[in-house]
Design a protein around this ligand. Structure first.
Ligand code: PMP
Length: 385
């Protein structure tokens, strides 16, 4: 017998990033600038807290929404860092990574036929998530000349005034763009005027290199229409522990929790102990990692400029987004630089409209490898000039 796959599953193409990792896996001399995860291990204090919880036999489920002390710590943290006020009992849910929170939101708020506008280029999971929920994706391209920031003009041009939901991701994966408060304000106004619900993925909020992050939920009238996603994967280098959270109005978080309690029960318990400690005592570790990312960012940007590849000044996350030289598509460049020089990068097209002709370069890699990778890219560009 063969399985009859659902239309929704068949509609979604396989991840465009994986193909490059498969080529990279075939050889052992490849330097990967392709992956979107920290090269640092989780800070020791958080690891110790996880170990201690295991030693004490704390291996049961937690409350569906997450341990109450963790939710309280999250409420204090987001109030302190981002000026956001959420009630730990009703307005916060702890999830298995921000990924689960994003998926819960699509399933809780998108009906078949609803339109979900996505500012692109953007993280690859949003589009499939919308399709799995039965919604229609409306890409809203951002442009390099605007530093890949979302504009009201871009929203209007794409017809986002008719959408039901708007997805934002700033600091952005893959471009490294940020949205300072003055650029977010008109977007908030647009959302209020056209009655859009906003799903704001702020998982890179700690990773900014030109002033602190502002959340769209902090603008007047936005808290009641916004879900904020965040987590411990990036800032606290905890990708494998799978812990994230969502913030939003009580009824919205309640709806997400309804799905979560049937599908996940609760987020990983050991990781919740690590996360509590991470918020409690790992601020210096986070600052140290952000400092190192910033040094790498400056190095990578200046090397691309020396090589003669145009690159805009990425100011957040751990990515930059150079343009491929003339004569190549992004896909061709990525494939050939991998085969000829053993450097894995990701073509911008996989991140949606607006990503064409660009490469996503992750600098969550040590400086020595970055130096060698950039030398190899330089040699590749020189050979193909
Ligand atoms: N959102 C964005 C923008 C990301 O880049 C990633 C990870 N690549 C995630 C969410 C997923 O994060 P988590 O590990 O918390 O599921």
């Amino acid at each position: 017998m063969s399985f009859e796959l659902s239309d929704r599953v068949q509609t979604v193409p396989p991840s465009g990033i994986r193909r490059f990792f498969e080529i990279a896996d075939e050889r052992d001399d490849v330097i990967s600038l392709g992956v979107g995860e920290p090269d640092f291990a989780t800070p020791w204090a958080a690891r110790d807290a996880a170990i201690a919880s295991l030693e004490q036999g704390k291996t049961s489920y937690t409350a569906n929404r997450g341990k109450s002390d963790l939710r309280e710590a999250i409420a204090d943290y987001v109030a302190d860092r981002f000026d956001l006020g959420y009630d730990p009992d009703e307005e916060i849910i702890v999830t298995a990574g921000a990924s689960e929170a994003v998926d819960l939101a699509f399933r809780a708020f998108v009906d078949p036929g609803d339109t979900v506008a996505i500012a692109q280029p953007s993280y690859i999971s949003y589009e499939p998530g919308v399709i799995f929920a039965g919604g229609e994706v409306l890409p809203v391209p951002t442009k390099e000349e605007d530093d890949f920031r979302l504009t009201v003009e871009g929203l209007e041009k794409a017809g986002a005034d008719e959408a039901d939901v708007l997805v934002l991701c700033y600091p952005n994966n893959p471009t490294g763009a940020i949205m300072p408060a003055e650029d977010l304000e008109p977007i908030a106004e647009f959302a209020r005027e056209h009655d859009l619900m906003v799903l704001s993925d702020e998982i890179y909020a700690e990773l900014t290199y030109d002033g602190d992050h502002t959340s769209i939920a902090s603008f007047e009238g936005m808290r009641e229409r916004t879900i904020v996603f965040n987590g411990f994967s990036k800032a606290h280098a905890m990708t494998g522990l799978r812990l994230g959270y969502a913030l939003g109005p009580a009824d919205a978080i309640g709806a997400m929790n309804k799905i979560h309690q049937y599908t996940m029960l609760s987020a990983p318990t050991t990781a919740q102990y690590a996360a509590l400690e991470a918020l409690d005592s790992c601020e210096d570790d986070v600052r140290e990692m952000v400092d190192q990312y910033d040094r790498r960012r400056q190095f990578v940007l200046s090397r691309f400029r020396e090589i003669g590849m145009d690159v805009f000044e990425a100011k957040g996350a751990f990515y930059c987004f150079p343009e491929v030289p003339e004569g190549f598509t992004a896909e061709e460049f990525a494939e050939e630089v991998l085969r000829e020089q053993g450097v894995a990068v990701v073509p911008g097209d996989v991140f949606g409209t607006g990503g064409e002709g660009h490469l996503r370069i992750s600098y969550a890699t040590g400086l020595e490898d970055l130096r060698e990778a950039l030398n190899r890219i330089e040699a590749f560009v020189a050979d193909n000039a």
